[in-house]
Design a protein around this ligand. Sequence first.
Ligand code: GCU
Length: 600
Amino acid sequence: MNKRLAEILLKEWAWLVLSMLLVAGTAHAQTAMINVQSRNATSLNGEWNVILDPTGIGEWRQIWQEKKPLLKTDFVEYAFEGSPRLKVPGDFNSQMCELTYFEGVVWYKKEFSYSPDKNKRLFIHFSAVNYLADVYLNGEKLGSHEGGFTPFQFEVTKKIKPGTNALIVKVDNKRLKNGLPGLGYDWLNYGGITRDVNLIETGNTYIEDYSIQRRKGSQKEVLGWVKLNGADKQKRIKIKIPELKVELSVKSDSKGVARLQFSSSFNLWSPAYPKLYKVVIETETDTVEDEIGFRTIEVKGNKVMLNGKEIFLKGTNIHEENPVKGARAFSKEDAILLLGQAKQLGCNLVRLAHYPHNENMVKQAERMGLMVWSELPVYQHIEFSDTAVLSKMDLMLKEMVRRDRNRCSVVIWSLSNETYDATPNRTKALAALTQVCRQLDSTRLVTHVTNSQAYHNNSFKVWDSLYRYADLISLNEYIGWYIPWQGKPENVTWNVAFPDKPVFISEFGGEALFGNNSGAADEAASWREEYQQQIYINQLRMFNTTPNLCGVAPWLLFDYRSLGRMHPIYQKGYNRKGLLSEKGDRKKAWFIMEKYYKRK
Ligand code: GCU
């Protein structure tokens, strides 16, 4: 055997051993540091080379090794050089027509150069990848992450090379029976590296996480903590709010945690007065700046109180889709487009359905004076008896709360949508998840959206075993669309389990194709605007007599893509319950809702 061939075989064998070791010890991604914007971040956004892998054979070919022909007789049946390129961030479905309905694997590659510094640590931070991500650096697997809507990171301090480095990400958006969401959901399954990717450089000990919020029920007191990550954990930490002349100095303990407590007179954040303060957190080796609003949200009896005053939640539902592009929303401009329309409707709250949206949505909402309802994709059919699902829910909750804990716009954590009371282990699992959520964050409201209901003889019975654990009774009902009225809307008699809790109608509405004048205006099958308009008129009449009503959210703001909506004339792969068409045209029902909110 010639020497060259022996070298090749030795290299192949070494790769095999290494990959077996790595597979055995495949790491999970780390829970990401917060406030990327304030870090020493280098964006890896832009054009990435991609290899489409619909059969999944790329795993067997070990694409991450990027093998090259060595001998004249060698050949390799994949390459990133000369491959198509996709924009990151962005879903892949809307970037290539071959990928419109694609559910499978796309391999992404980005090269970047770096000069290591022994006094610095380096992380690769993903704001989101839908749905499964396997991440490789220079041919070595860093680890994996599951979940399409929350951030994750890998520390690469000891793995980065001087000069050019190759980052490869295997993205798989196939739906999973034990996924979150599961196999069935009413929105387009956008896949890809859908949000920002950053290289983040920190000192050897850095500020990983912090919480600075008003203590529940207090007008002036702030409770919080700062968590350091690194060898030198016991440090002096300063917290400053220059505008309030607050300067606090605390010391972190052996775990790197410092607790803080102070009082000050704040201008409280509210939709009418979205006041944010610059907050500086600094140690001798790291400084992070944030903009934090101070407010309290609580339930008192059957009322929701913002800063101690009753507030009616004038909501709307929004999917994370730029309606004009027909693509996953991710940018500040996308957020301003969507939230601007919510403001024009007269909203003070947006339900970001049915999964945590990108950080731009939450931060823009703070600036524009919109409260945010943030939700886990625990949607309808979920395998609650699968222990893997329980740990996935737990991790996704931690990732969602950690990212937005300091965002005053977020007032409600919603931990599920329309799961079924009878599903084995469902209530036990979600009751436990609720408890974890309250331990993570005692300052916000927690709810579960249900549609456990019975509407007979104009009497509406609403119950669910989850109501016991929730601060709000959140109910989706489509009387007038999926179920016809059985009497006058204002005469509906309500029978709600837990009659002393606030009731939030989290979804209602019906479909209409903007500008459609064909078919009878009083028939649902015409998809006429007049029919949708009448649903809204009737629903608002019912709301006038709904007990403990603390707020409503029409389903939904814009028509949006959902492949199960298959009518060839009226839907064409769109759910047409929008008050606006995907082009932003206001349907007749929009004016009914706008007038209601104006009067509220
Ligand atoms: C459900 C569900 C939504 C869905 C809507 C509809 O309540 O929560 O995700 O899109 O109904 O049927 O349009």
